[in-house]
Design a protein around this ligand. Structure first.
Ligand code: ATP
Length: 223
């Protein structure tokens, strides 16, 4: 069966700051699922975690800088959540994107397994599969989810092949092994605070932006 031509990927995150773990994972998922593009969406007001340390404008700017080198690869910064007030619910974002792309196109909501592990705390989480597929990238240090509800959800909707993803626009879950990169924004913020090198963890453009704007230099910016 031919692959659906209009599949798009959505990769949300706090991106505080964006790092190579995000970029490489997003790219590998885009390739593996033959997606037309991977839209990377900074969360303005993440409902499930503490307020980000970097302002939303800084986080978006860093994402745009990182992705300006990845346009040909089909990685695109999308500020769709910045126009809305209140918490940035993924279901609202999916509904907006579904309205944009029509009912036929596959939408793949991509996330790391640490985020998937507590997906049952997200607003109307079971409805996410009505609008999109969910692609979960493994991440070093994180095993299978432990929560029983999440495990049952995963078992019920898990696809056994990528082919199943291309047979419907939404409704399946796929756990994907990508290049394991033990990189996190938390560790980067902590290294910046301690003036330790962060080379090769971040694109140079992002590292320079952090330096020029003196981001993540005070304890309250990090912890
Ligand atoms: P923090 O350390 O501040 O929690 P983070 O590095 O986990 O940040 P986020 O912006 O919270 O980055 O993550 C956005 C998405 O990217 C999440 O779904 C997360 O699971 C995934 N992700 C982040 N880093 C990696 C990585 N190294 N490998 C695979 N997925 C990742």
């Amino acid at each position: 069966m031919p692959l659906r031509p209009h599949g798009i990927g959505l990769f949300g995150g706090t991106f505080d700051p964006i790092h190579v773990g995000h970029l490489r994972t997003a790219l590998e998922l885009k390739q593996a699922f033959n997606l037309e593009e991977m839209r990377m969406i900074p969360s303005a007001w993440p409902p499930h975690r503490l307020t980000p340390f970097g302002s939303v404008n800084h986080r978006l700017k860093m994402l745009q800088l990182a992705l300006s080198e990845q346009v040909e690869q089909g990685l695109i910064a999308d500020d769709i959540e910045l126009g809305r007030s209140g918490p940035s619910y993924t279901l609202d974002t999916l509904s907006e994107i579904r309205a944009r792309v029509g009912i036929e196109a596959s939408i793949c909501l991509c996330l790391g397994i640490d985020s998937f592990a507590d997906i049952n705390t997200w607003d109307k989480w079971r409805s996410l599969l009505d609008i999109a597929h969910i692609v979960v990238a493994k991440r070093p240090g994180w095993g299978e989810p432990k929560n029983q509800e999440v495990l049952e959800f995963m078992k019920k909707w898990r696809a056994t092949s990528i082919k199943q993803f291309h047979e419907a626009p939404a409704g399946k879950i796929f756990i994907m092994k990508t290049t394991p990169l033990r990189i996190s924004s938390t560790e980067i913020r902590s290294a910046l605070l301690k003036k330790e090198p962060t080379s090769c963890l971040l694109p140079d453009t992002v590292a320079n932006y952090i330096k020029e704007n003196e981001l993540y230099q005070k304890t309250r910016d990090i912890l």
